[in-house]
Design a protein around this ligand. Sequence first.
Ligand code: ADP
Length: 670
Amino acid sequence: MFSKILIANRGEIACRVIRTARRLGIRTVAVHSDADAAALHVAMADEAYAIGPAPAAESYLRGDLVLEAAKRAGAEAIHPGYGFLSENASFADACAEADIVFIGPPPDAIRAMGGKSEAKALMERAGVPLVPGYHGDDSSASLLAKEAERIGFPVLIKASAGGGGKGMRVVEDSGAFQSALDGARREAKAAFGDERVLIEKYLARPRHVEVQIFADRSGEAVYLFERDCSIQRRHQKVIEEAPAPDLPADLRAAMGEAAVAAAKAIGYEGAGTVEFLLDEDRRFYFMEMNTRLQVEHPVTEFITGLDLVEWQLIVAAGGNLPLRQEELSIDGHAIEARIYAEDADRGFLPSTGTLRRLDFPQAGPHVRIDAGVRAGDTISVNYDPMIAKLIVWDRDRAAAVRRLEAALTEVRVAGVASNVDFLRRIATHPAFRGADLDTRFIDRHGDGLKPSRSGADDAVLATAALFVLLDRKSAAEKASRRSADPWSPWNRADGWRLNDEGRADITLRDEDGRHVVPVRYRRDGGYRLSLPRGEMPVEGALESDGALTAVLDGVRKRVVVDRSGDMLTLFMEGGACVLHLVDAVQAADREGGEGRLAAPMPGKIVAVLVAEGQAVRKGEALVVLEAMKMEHTVAAPADGTVARLPFGVGDQVEEGADLVGFEASEGGEA
Ligand code: ADP
């Protein structure tokens, strides 16, 4: 076994590999970009090397710098994690040349599965079933269009070098083909530097079922059962579980054996995943093979009781697989939820900023948290916006789903938008509970997964107002302790006023607009609020950990509230609510800014689809922005005219930049 390894990654996977290495008594070396100097993985490792500036292309993707660090540190092996260099065959070659073990398959196996098209051709020869499609070399637009006709719409265009759902487009009919092809190629080029695509029949209601395999140098290979990853948004996994619900034993064995055959066909070694689509008629089709550890591997670890990183290390060190197929079995059910810094209610737009608060449930035999960040860290545009993975286990699926729901209520994220409430809505959805899964689950149940927004109700407004009142009171008390005349009435914050009776208005703002809450100060230190549904007596106290004990109409509750400037995040029973405290002076200018077509995040303009002076209809695409390797289309908010286009293709824009000067036409609502 190795005595020292380098982890060529960051975030949760780097931390996760370090944990196993430490348990096995292996010393760990981290590498990091300048932006990550204080990151969790750096703090956890025994040793760390700075390898370059924040952009991954100049740091984590620089195989030469990673190798240099490994040599300096005297590491015998490199674990690439997932993403970055994990499926880079030239890097694996370079490791071999430098006499450092690449913890992954041989470079040729990576190459064989590297392109989706080549992999399909190979699997076809090995007799593994494929989805009908075109994965040939000729990629002229006219041929692809003809192939799409032949396959029959709807079809799916995929980046041949793809991953993470990038460069993927569903096309419903031939009219939409050309622009979808252009978009897919652009995204593929930006994300992978390779614009080749392939076309497949778009299956109506498939499940994504993937098989975890392991192979060693002696040629032995086993499958560690399957994961169902059908809960996806934008073709990216959000919730994964193992085993796949309701999979008959014979189908499990058939899929497992097909996966092992795929691995053997390419002389595989180490951990790998063979992804299949499983259709309603229980036919399964090869999609691709990922020649690395997957994000969702913890669910397999939970049901098999194994540590897959430990297995990777054993195999990479030349050892045999620790168990034979007949020694492997499934125990219970595990589910993983990926917690992302993204706004699920705004098209899953990644959210950046400082994690002001990050609470997780207690880890234990039923709950595992794989986090790569901690409170105070930033989520930046440079890297994947994943905050953590929450993994739960129980004896059967129903119990695991309940665990998931409960655990998610204990996750609190403030400072950036997160998908936690969205995950909770999935976990509690009857179709999810009933294991009625397919890859379009989120689209299909879209409405049922939206926040049940009755707007800010009385309880929310009362909680927010009470928090503001108590927060002011404690600030005033602190100030008066410092002031020269602690007994001055001007330092009192209990509503005492020279000329009125202890009244105030607290104004809060959310997406629905403004809410004015008139307050009367009671003599006993409590308050009486006037809310939309009536008067409510409230009182409470701020706890030292930032929580609020609120007594609303006699009912006592503990609510965690995070305040950042004028923004309040209330972690209520039904999910997080964000409200802004309106300062009367600033309010006027702030509201003037709405209706602008601003960049939702920093990025690059990749397409301008209209011209200045052009009349457009509501919803028409105007400009396409690429940010965090995904495209975001800016659409007309109403019928109107494009007045100005300050940016051109290739321009880099800051968050909040005005992308389009837009004038709504008479009568149009902007
Ligand atoms: P990536 O490598 O970008 O993750 P995959 O080929 O693994 O792309 O596909 C990602 C997801 O896209 C699948 O899990 C599935 O939901 C969907 N998908 C892929 N191919 C098809 C298809 N032919 N029909 C329907 N859905 C598909």
